[in-house]
Design a protein around this ligand. Structure first.
Ligand SMILES: [Fe+2]
Length: 70
């Protein structure tokens, strides 16, 4: 169980990194006046954050420690 909790906490970083990358792409596309593509990437960013939120909820509901990445 300890390995699973460690792995989930480690995966949180990947989800937030993916969210951040999609957000950066969204901003870049918006600056290029590609609003549709920008909105798509923003939705992907929010989707990745949603994945992280679900894992956080699991950890909290399981009385485990959540280690938010910096
Ligand atoms: Fe994800």
């Amino acid at each position: 169980m300890k390995d699973l909790i460690k792995a989930i906490n480690g995966h949180l970083a990947a989800e937030f990194q993916a969210s951040h990358t999609y957000l950066a792409m969204s901003i870049w596309l918006r600056k290029k006046d590609l609003a549709g593509f920008s909105s798509y990437m923003l939705a992907k960013s929010n989707e990745e954050r949603g994945h992280a939120s679900r894992m956080i909820a699991y950890l909290v509901d399981s009385d485990e420690t959540v280690e938010l990445p910096t």
